[in-house]
Write a protein that binds this ligand. Structure first.
Ligand code: F6R
Length: 283
């Protein structure tokens, strides 16, 4: 019998509104369990819908997810050959073969380890000669591929999703954005030398992300606790882009105990998770 909820995507296209939760918060004991659940949800969707369009994120939190997807391919035969991917963002000015580009991050952590077809993996071109045209091309391509079935998201300390820094418009589309000093501080250690880190990036807009049929935000560790509390329980504000996910019809926020520690309604989220049939098979 086909499963409802997270395991079924295609038949829900165009059928918005029925039996859809808004944000679901899922609290796992530790980072390991949170990352495994996120990878498990993605694997299940790839199995159920082999031609799905998967939105990808980069960053430290995602590395474990990609490792588990690579393992699921290697040891479990998970087939990515018909999957199409779109990444959220790319640093402005970096070419795809720059070792610090997000294209190379994706090659290292996922693309080279699974059987994704290279012509189905997409990131914005950070060194495109006409950035405006590149952003429009990216939006058009997402649309031409039928839209994103599941968008994977991390969250920055400023509350950014993708690189939608504070005051990003709720309906913004793919464009170049200046990175905040806090984000530069968060990521510059990953560059060698740190001063090489670009101060701007091309990112899907908040509106682009909200168009995805499902969103899955993953966050772990106590340094994310405060921003997770604001993103999930705070008022919707363009000062914290992740609060826009409260407007999404189907968004799962998977966090560990540490990242959940500032949430006021933890018991309620646990109760919902235990009683929601959509998560049968993932508990
Ligand atoms: C990058 C992206 C960012 C990161 C966020 C968290 O593609 O989407 O929003 O997800 O900055 O990064 P980490 O996981 O390194 O804390």
């Amino acid at each position: 019998m086909p499963r409802r909820g997270w395991a079924v995507a295609r038949q829900e296209r165009g059928g918005a509104g029925r039996n859809w939760a808004a944000v679901e918060v899922i609290i796992r004991a530790d980072a390991e369990e949170a990352v495994s659940l996120a990878a498990g949800v993605i694997s299940q969707l790839v199995r159920d819908q082999p031609d799905m369009v998967l939105g990808l994120a980069t960053g430290r939190t995602m590395e474990g997810v990609y490792q588990r997807l690579a393992d699921a391919h290697l040891f479990g035969g998970l087939d990515f050959s018909r999957v199409t991917t779109f990444n959220l963002d790319e640093y402005l000015g970096l070419s795809p073969d720059d070792p610090f580009s997000y294209r190379q991050y994706m090659e290292r952590h996922l693309f080279a380890k699974v059987n994704l077809s290279p012509d189905r993996t997409h990131l914005p071109l950070g060194d495109a000669p006409d950035i405006g045209a590149e952003c429009r091309r990216y939006e058009d391509l997402i649309r031409a591929c039928g839209g994103i079935d599941l968008q994977l998201l991390g969250i920055g300390r400023t509350g950014h999703i993708g690189f939608n820094e504070p005051l990003s418009a709720m309906f913004s589309r793919t464009r170049a954005k200046a990175l905040s000093p806090e984000t530069i501080l968060q990521n510059m250690a990953l560059f060698d030398p740190p001063s090489r880190m670009p101060h701007r990036a091309i990112t899907m807009g908040v509106g682009t992300i909200l168009d995805a049929r499902r969103c899955l935000l993953l966050a772990t560790g106590d340094e994310k606790a405060e921003i997770i509390a604001q993103a999930v329980e705070g008022p919707v504000t363009s000062m914290i882009s992740a609060t826009a996910l409260q407007l999404h019809p189907r968004c799962a926020v998977i966090i560990d105990e540490a990242a959940a520690s500032r949430l006021a309604h933890q018991d309620y989220y646990r109760w919902i998770f235990e009683n929601e049939p959509d998560w049968d098979g993932f508990r």
